[in-house]
Design a binder for this molecule. Structure first.
Ligand code: NAP
Length: 248
């Protein structure tokens, strides 16, 4: 795979489990990487840890639900690192409950962060990418957006919606050298999933033909491929990474 030297990458939610692996993989391949965060203490601690491993990741305190804040962040990244060539929309949350018990607040929170957040960050970078004739956008959705999941009407709406956005934007920018793709991970061994009691985790794993959880490095490697030169003809696609748990 070609390296990503000279490319500037923004990964939203890079201080979390999957986002951190994506930041590191892109940095390993030579990209200048930036991420945003809400929790300052956690982000500064994380930045120190990755610096000790040899990776310089720029961090910006911006909530993805803040439209103007996202526009300012993009301007600041462009001033600090250069124009954004690669965007990975990874920031996301769950607030699970059945629809019967779903409060309007839980519905709105998940829609605002997972879907409106993607709009807020993507819109300010697209024009620059098309003007320069090169860009890569990768949206991190979920297997549950492909198959549905009890207790996740809010989350699965956003994850299925992310792929609708991918397909439409991919068509809008395809002739300008910009690709837009979705990656839909299944169960990945992040802190959140590892915190699930072992017997429940074992039941989940029993439903995965591969017989194990995925790991964050596998997701990151797929994202880096989609950001490479070689992936230039790959656009509007949804890449399932779920160990065979859901096929279609
Ligand atoms: P995570 O560890 O909880 O990380 C989520 C990241 O998103 C954190 O860095 C968090 O930053 C950031 N974030 C959340 N809300 C934000 C907001 N309003 N503004 C800015 N940043 C915000 O989650 P993860 O497991 O790595 O998941 C990453 C993505 O993969 C999510 O979109 C998730 O839906 C998707 N996914 C995960 C799995 C899995 O098995 N883990 C499976 C399928 C899909 P702060 O901590 O600073 O708030």
């Amino acid at each position: 795979m070609s390296n990503l030297e000279e490319k500037v990458a923004l990964v939203t939610g890079g201080t979390g489990g999957i986002g951190a692996a994506i930041c590191i993989d892109l940095a390993k391949r030579g990209a200048k990487v930036a991420t945003n965060y809400r929790n300052k203490e956690k982000a500064e601690e994380w930045q120190k840890e990755v610096k000790a491993q040899g990776y310089d990741i720029a961090i910006y305190q911006v909530d993805v639900t803040d439209t103007e804040g996202c526009q300012e962040m993009i301007k600041q990244i462009e001033a600090d690192l250069g124009p954004v060539d690669i965007l990975v929309n990874n920031a996301g949350i769950t607030k699970d409950t059945t629809l019967k018990k779903m409060t309007r607040e839980k519905w709105d929170d998940v829609i605002n962060i997972n879907l409106n957040g993607m709009f807020n960050v993507t819109q300010p970078v697209v024009e620059g990418m098309t003007d320069r004739g090169w860009g890569r956008i990768v949206n991190i959705a979920s297997v549950n957006g492909q198959k549905g999941q009890i207790g996740q009407t809010n989350y699965t709406t956003t994850k299925a919606g992310m792929h609708g956005f991918t397909m439409s934007l991919a068509q809008e920018v395809a002739r300008k050298g910009v690709t837009v793709n979705t990656v839909s991970p299944g169960y990945i061994a992040t802190e959140m999933v590892m915190a699930v009691p072992e017997e429940i985790r074992e039941k989940i794993i029993a439903q995965i033909p591969a017989g194990r959880l995925g790991n964050v490095e596998e997701v990151a490697a797929m994202v880096s491929f989609l950001c490479s030169e070689e992936a230039g003809f790959t656009t509007g696609a949804n890449f399932a990474m779920n160990g065979g748990q859901h096929m279609h």
